[in-house]
Design a protein around this ligand. Structure first.
Ligand code: SAH
Length: 401
């Protein structure tokens, strides 16, 4: 292992930068009603605005239930545009669409909408950049720019729901069914805003997106106190733990937060979460050639997880710029899968290049909860021409078998 690859410090506290203007989605329903009253409007206008926001309506002219004279002012004050699309990139015949968003301060984040026959999933970002410094992840190597506000996170899901409803994705109008926090950032390092986002995703329409708890996946490097808080707060969302190594020695280098909370502590916290929700958590494991893909590590992982309410989601590594690492070759992947299954651990493989490993397709289709993409989103500096990041985009699943 190259020491230079692990030199970045862990950053939990986001740099203090200007947060975006206040938005209705940052507020509780009561706070929004108060804010509208302070603007000299009756409180129920907050509910009308919420209905438009969650329905993806952004043009004040379409908000015909608001008096024409105050539409502009109310929208500006309560629904400021926080996410400007810079570009869309499509794959899989348009059924996978990645959007690059520019935020009010020029920061860039990405989200990816993936449509399958039975569901539509959006992968959203919770931070601009990331402070967790995982050496194989391009976002981790870029460092943390800032936390996203709740409205900036929620806005990505609302935009995806609107794109589905408006028939922007081939297959006719449809419904957004799943959200995964697997874009840029560590969601549990931005807990309060992610917590607000979960409320917005789970609250029934018209005051939220009305998603089912199990259809929302929070993916974490293993911020143990935050996993415990999620457990205590009784949120029955799906949990994914980015493990990437079964042993502390290797995980200390691949997922630097392991120097603070060890494999055993992370899994114990995830176990408690699973006991509360009654559902398996997902263990994410990027297979890196000759780094973490050895048969003995598969056996170690199998032994570790067999008694637990967990399944493994293997991700062939997406190579990132400047990284010396590569995805495991197919035979090593197959061997790894076989050993985990032999140990009794449910295992799926997420193919990031659209070509399948034998046998993985059916498994993935059966494992409906396993639906995220690894984000290796690269924030582009301002002024970089469109398309310059070609080839380092997010990997798409290919599990519609
Ligand atoms: N910070 C959170 C969520 C974002 S990353 C987390 O780490 O869980 C979503 C998943 O993609 C994580 O499991 C992450 O480890 C994985 N990932 C990051 N870079 C990758 C790469 N280059 N190849 C494959 N998976 C990667």
């Amino acid at each position: 292992m190259d020491d230079a690859m692990t030199a970045l410090p862990l950053v939990f506290d986001a740099p203090r930068r200007t947060q975006p203007p206040r938005h209705l989605a940052d507020l509780t329903r009561e706070e929004a009603r108060t804010a509208v009253t302070e603007l000299g409007q009756p409180a129920f206008r907050a509910d009308q605005l919420a209905r438009h926001f969650y329905a993806g309506v952004t043009d004040p002219a379409q908000m015909t239930d608001l008096p024409a004279a105050v539409r502009g002012e109310l929208t500006e004050a309560m629904l400021p545009g926080l996410l400007t699309p810079v570009r869309h990139q499509s794959a899989d015949g348009g059924r996978t669409r990645k959007t690059l968003w520019r935020l009010h301060d020029g920061a860039l984040v990405e989200s990816v909408l993936m449509r399958y026959p039975e569901r539509a999933t959006v992968c959203i970002s919770s931070q601009a950049g990331c402070g967790m410094a995982c050496p194989f992840c391009a976002t981790g190597q870029s460092g943390l720019t800032r936390n996203l506000s709740a409205a900036e996170i929620i806005g990505q899901a609302v935009a995806a729901a609107a794109a589905m409803a408006n028939g922007e994705i081939p297959g006719g109008p449809g419904r957004l069914s799943n959200v995964v926090f697997m874009g840029m950032g560590e969601p549990l390092a931005n807990y309060n805003r992610v917590r607000k986002t979960l409320d917005a995703l789970l609250t029934p329409a018209p005051h939220g997106l009305g998603l089912a708890q199990r259809s929302v996946t929070v993916s974490t490097v293993g911020v143990v106190p935050a996993i415990r808080r999620l457990t205590e707060e009784g949120l029955n969302v799906t949990l994914a733990v980015s493990l990437h190594a079964p042993d502390d020695e290797l995980r200390d280098t691949l997922v630097p937060i392991n120097t603070r909370w060890k494999v055993g502590e992370v899994l114990a916290a995830a176990d408690d979460f699973a006991r509360r929700t009654g559902r398996r958590y997902s263990v994410e494991y990027a297979l890196i050639r000759d780094v973490n893909d050895q048969p003995f590590r598969a056996d170690l992982l199998g032994k570790l997880l067999a008694p637990r309410l967990a399944h493994v989601n293997l991700i062939p590594l997406n190579p990132t710029p400047g990284s010396p690492w590569d995805a495991s070759p197919l035979p090593a992947q197959r061997e790894f899968v076989a050993r985990l299954r032999a140990a009794g651990v449910p295992t799926t493989v997420r193919d990031t290049r659209g070509s399948d490993i034998d046998g993985a397709c059916g498994q993935l289709a059966a494992a409906d909860q396993v639906d995220g993409v690894p984000s290796i989103a690269v924030p582009l500096p301002e002024g970089v021409p469109a398309g310059a990041e070609e080839g380092v985009g997010l990997g798409a699943e290919s599990d519609q078998g």
